[in-house]
Write a protein that binds this ligand. Structure first.
Ligand code: NAP
Length: 525
């Protein structure tokens, strides 16, 4: 019993098969292009049956809005009710099924996802605009989540254990049991990893699920549901619904038969779910929310490492990661050198169609994000100084997608909305500091507490940072991502403060226990 990260690209790279990786990806891109058609209609799935709803919405690619990916069914109120009812009925058997049998089904699905990883990552590129490396990493992470949660379930003997006090005549057991039906709502930015991680965390622990993907990324979710069903998930255990988050969310939260809600998305919607749910019933709500993630670059830092780490964390996937770095506090004496190097590094980023091998950054997800970028770069130029970027890109084919420049801004007041709000855009604020303790205070002066990073070669600074930083995921001197790039089983991922409700990270030791309630059993012979 062991867990190993998938790391597809890295494995090809380290075995000198990088060109094979690209070839395989391109074959899938070509085949996908042939299949794309406005005649593709995607159903919802209840009791493992495909249902093509009467109403549908048009789904286009952010790479190029002329590309129609398909038409997506909009689940009706009646269908949502039916999904909850089916889940509730299916729960009785699924909860009692030996957990090793649940694991066997999920592991079968892993084999199929692994066999189809190039096809799925090519689709993901079209659907949410990730470049091929990040799209593959998203699929890899989905595989990792399933494998890791199966590993945790087995490692913990299905979460049944003897309590510590021993008595010859009495047995004291702690038995963790699933809650029932979970309503699961997923964001667009990790449409495979987060969607699958949440769903299979609930399933492996014996719960049943109604899952809704983000309306920007429903197809990848549907493809994975098909795989899970084919692997043997019984009817009613896993139901898939698409349509507006506002109406489906309201129906799931408003239904008393839904025993738990699992939401990953913005703080605004997460808070609303918590408020609305408390009016209906008392149930567990796991909400993984946004961030405004700071990085401190001290006077002793290795600036090359810091520049690489900040570039990746602020701009990969156009800053559309909850873990993206959006604030940098750099010591006054190295500010100019850091900025010169950062700008040079960012100038070299290739912003283009993410289907291309050389693309570092693709488009924003949709028109709303594009408008938000225009609005906030305007504010940035008024309230501070834009050092790099700040414009939309409309060269050639890019005019048909939502492409924008990575943007570096300085001299922004800590009180400004730019410094406080999660923007979810490729925009990083770099401000200077003189006093280290004050830099930590500024880093912590946020309603959020998801990820944070530091670059320093002074152990006292590092220790002070680790003792005082108020974030769930922290990194010291990491060049591959100052605040981003958590790996399942390596970094559990979850936020403090308004970044999350549970304080227990995904892909970590304490995650699965949230899907179960404890029963204390005392057995006398
Ligand atoms: P979002 O706008 O909050 O949407 C997330 C999901 O909620 C979507 O499926 C959406 O459906 C649905 N939704 C919309 N309105 C709803 C309502 N009233 N009730 C219930 N559900 C509703 O977030 P997003 O733009 O997809 O994703 C970005 C956000 O997710 C950022 O804030 C980011 O920080 C956060 N995030 C957090 C983590 C983490 O682990 N902490 C990870 C990834 C992302 P529709 O798409 O149909 O509107």
């Amino acid at each position: 019993m062991k867990f190993v990260n998938e790391q597809t690209y890295e494995n090809f790279f380290h075995t000198n098969r990088e060109s094979e990786f690209h070839k395989k990806f391109e074959i899938e891109i070509s085949s996908l292009k042939k299949q794309l058609s406005d005649e593709n209609i995607y159903p919802i799935m209840i009791e493992n049956k495909k249902i093509f709803s009467k109403t549908k919405f048009k789904h286009v690619s952010p790479i190029d809005k002329r590309i129609i990916l398909g038409y997506i069914s909009i689940a009706s109120d009646k269908e949502i009710k039916k999904a909850v009812k089916s889940s509730d009925i299916a729960f009785k058997k699924w909860a009692l099924l030996d957990y090793m049998k649940r694991i066997a089904i999920l592991k079968k699905a892993v084999i199929e996802i692994r066999n189809r990883k190039f096809e799925l990552s090519a689709l993901l590129t079209f659907e949410n605009g990730k470049n091929r490396y990040e799209a593959m990493a998203d699929i890899d992470e989905a595989i990792d989540f399933i494998n890791y949660y199966c590993f945790e379930m087995e490692f913990n003997n299905g979460f049944v254990s003897n309590n510590y006090v021993k008595n010859e005549k009495e047995q004291y057991l702690s038995v963790m049991k699933p809650y029932g039906v979970w309503g699961i709502i997923s964001p667009f930015n990790f449409p495979a990893a987060i969607f699958v991680g949440m769903t299979t965390g609930a399933l492996v622990t014996g719960n049943t699920v109604i899952v809704k993907p983000a309306s920007n990324t429903p197809i990848i979710g549907y493809k994975i549901i098909e795989i899970l069903v084919k692997a043997g998930i019984p009817p009613g255990v896993l139901n898939f619904v698409t349509g507006s988050g506002k109406s489906i969310g309201k129906l799931l939260v408003g239904n008393r038969s839904v025993a738990g809600i699992l939401f990953t998305g913005s703080k605004e919607i997460g808070s609303q779910i918590v408020r609305d749910s408390s009016k209906i019933t008392l149930r567990p709500i796991i909400a993984e929310l946004g961030g405004k993630n700071p990085v401190i670059v001290t006077g002793t830092a290795n600036l090359d490492k810091a520049v690489n780490g900040v570039t990746k964390a602020a701009f990969s996937y156009s800053g559309q990661k909850c873990s993206a770095c959006s604030r940098v506090y750099v010591h006054k004496k190295v500010k100019n050198e850091f900025l010169t190097k950062l700008i040079k590094n960012v100038e070299n980023l290739n912003i283009s169609n993410p289907v291309n091998e050389e693309s570092d950054i693709g488009p924003l997800i949709n028109k709303d994000a594009y408008q938000k970028y225009k609005q906030f770069t305007k504010i940035a130029s008024k309230k501070g100084k834009i050092l790099f970027g700040g414009s939309i890109i409309q060269d050639g084919e890019l005019e048909y997608g939502y492409y924008v420049e990575p943007t570096i801004v300085t001299n922004i007041s800590e009180k400004s909305s730019l410094a406080k709000k999660e923007l979810f855009l490729p925009l990083v604020i770099v401000n200077e500091y003189k006093n280290f303790e004050n830099a930590i205070k500024m880093a912590n002066r946020s309603e959020f507490g998801l990820t944070a990073g530091i670059y320093s070669n002074d152990q006292r600074e590092i220790d002070f940072f680790l003792q005082h930083i108020e974030s769930g995921v922290v990194y010291v001197n990491r060049a591959k991502g100052a605040t981003t790039g958590a790996m399942v089983g390596q970094q559990s991922f979850g936020g403090w403060k308004n970044s999350g409700t549970s304080g227990k990270g995904t892909g970590g030791k304490y995650y699965l226990s949230q899907f179960m309630r404890e029963q204390s059993q005392t057995i006398l012979s």
